[in-house]
Design a protein around this ligand. Sequence first.
Ligand code: UDP
Length: 244
Amino acid sequence: METKPKYLYKNSKRLDGRNLDDYRKMKIKMDVVPNAQGSAEVIFGKTKVTAAVHGPRVMHPRRLALPDKALLRAKYDMFSFSVEDRKRPGPGRREIEISKVTAEAFRSVVFLEKFPRTVIDLFVSVTQADASTRITGINAASLALAAAGIPMRSLVVGVTFGKIYDEKGVGHVAIDVDKPEDQWGMADVAYARAPATGDVVLLQMDGDMTKEEFDKGKKMADKAIDVVYKAQIKALKDKFEVSK
Ligand code: UDP
């Protein structure tokens, strides 16, 4: 969307017809990359992200290996054709940052100490972007790691939230922001939790929110996270039951 819309929220509906606490239609597909140890695709509306896990395998060059645990690396990439204006290929500042926060989100969750001197590589590829790609990637990566049989203290589940304006310019808190809401909205927050440990593993905010707005958005996102968590567990159960 090139010009700033007059509103992102009107008559109790967002531009795509959602309520403030609706997330977009979500889909999970397991085992989408046969060569990987574990893989999954997660779709939120028009945002589609695939995650693939390779490892744990022996670290080369050996000098980079950690003596007491595995090194968990993440590479986030957005395909050139995943966005409206073709994206310049290759990693820029944004991709480097998202790769870093993605790896960090899983380091406290994976039992890295069980695999000393090895590397676990996580590849996160955005095939279609309509905002919230880092969080969709985190959901896909959680499933890919579990599918690879890598022991984890918890799955990792995320949902974004933000603040969108109505025709009077008043802000409203909404979850699972899409591209116009990310681009023109007053604030957006990337938020992911490890439900089994209770830890927040990723939290990044753009824009401004009051504490009350933040708390409200987090509460709404937490409700959606409970549903996405159940969907992750179901996808894994179905996978392992079928492959038994
Ligand atoms: N985007 C884009 N071109 C770019 C980078 C981002 O069109 O080079 C879009 C894309 O839809 C992305 C959104 O802007 O999902 C928001 O990007 P942001 O950096 O906020 O991260 P995200 O919300 O995807 O985690």
